[in-house]
Write a protein that binds this ligand. Structure first.
Ligand SMILES: Nc1ncnc2c1ncn2[C@@H]1O[C@H](COP(=O)(O)OP(=O)(O)OP(=O)(O)O)[C@@H](O)[C@H]1O
Length: 290
């Protein structure tokens, strides 16, 4: 379980994050989504004890990172790549990490197999692809069998089979009751991974909730004879309208309501489609609403 409470981090005059509050619950994959510079890394760095908050707290299983008795048994993190020595094999890297953490040697082989690196175990990590380095980093994060996994931009460098592998891994982690927090700016890709979404922009939370609820809201795509009059009529009925050339994207109305309003306004309708929203649409609309 991860709890971010009223978190603020100020660098000079810049609020890297401001009053950020959200929870990443056990059994669910939570996605922290935002553009570059929106405050994702700052949030994760504070969570992992790498930076101090100006205000508020970030808790893992109810405690601040530095209060955890054996942090790697609680949380596994992948926040940077290339932490292994390039001349070392994947096996040697993981073995060293296991020794340092006081974990049994048997876990090393099992984890290499689990992340699909068993055939590359003796290869120098300097010759690993980006995807292979991601797999090794995930194996390292799992050494302490932590309940909480924190992954910064995990989809970077993964090809489609790598993405499918990552999805499976996260699913099995949450199915066993684990908590996963992943950060990303790749909205379309992340949609396939996450149960809950926290959208962050310029250090503030713009929207959060279950993905199914956020994307479950449909919007209407409407093309009619007189877009301006139509937009005005929709807005008078409390709808939100975003024009895109002759097309209006309308939120807050059912297709039936939109049809009736157009009829009353005496505007001919050429096209009226209810569209499911994707994460990207939601991101754009909450970013523009600011
Ligand atoms: N150590 C620092 N000193 C000064 N400003 C910082 C520092 N770390 C972050 N910032 C600023 O805080 C803001 C948020 O940065 P942060 O790295 O958290 O964003 P991000 O969403 O992780 O972006 P990215 O995906 O590019 O890493 C930015 O304006 C950044 O310039």
């Amino acid at each position: 379980m991860i709890e971010i409470r009223d978190l603020t981090k100020t660098y000079g005059k810049v609020d890297a994050v401001r009053d950020v509050t959200f929870t990443a619950a056990p059994g669910r994959v939570t996605g922290l989504l935002g553009l570059n510079g929106s405050g994702k890394s700052t949030t994760l760095r504070i969570l992992l004890g790498l930076a101090r908050p100006t205000k508020g707290a970030a808790l893992i299983n109810g405690r601040r990172y530095r209060e955890l008795d054996h942090p790697v048994r609680h949380v596994g993190a992948v926040i940077e790549q290339g932490l292994s020595h390039p001349g070392q094999s994947g096996y040697a890297h993981l073995r060293t990490q296991a020794l340092l953490g006081g974990f049994p040697r048997e876990r090393v082989g099992r984890l290499l197999e689990y992340v699909g690196l068993e055939d590359a175990a003796t290869k120098r990590t300097g010759d690993y692809s980006l995807g292979m380095r991601q797999r090794l980093a995930v194996a390292t994060a799992l050494l302490g069998e932590p309940s909480v996994l924190v992954l910064d931009e995990p989809a970077n460098g993964l090809d489609p089979p790598g993405m499918a592998w990552l999805r499976e891994l996260l699913l099995s982690h949450t199915a066993a009751g684990g908590t996963v927090l992943i950060s990303s700016h790749l909205l379309a890709e992340l949609e396939h991974f996450v149960d809950d979404v926290v959208i962050i922009g310029e250090g503030r939370i713009l929207a959060s909730g279950a993905l199914a609820e956020l994307t479950g809201t449909t919007r209407l795509r409407v093309r009619g004879g007189d877009p301006e009059r139509l937009a005005k009529a929709f807005e008078q009925h409390g709808a939100t309208v975003a024009p895109d050339g002759p097309v209006l994207f309308v939120g807050g109305l059912s297709p039936e309501q939109a049809g009736e309003i157009a009829l009353a306004a005496q505007v001919a309708i050429y096209e009226l489609v209810a569209e499911a929203q994707h994460l990207e649409d939601i991101f754009m609309s909450v970013s523009e609403a600011r």
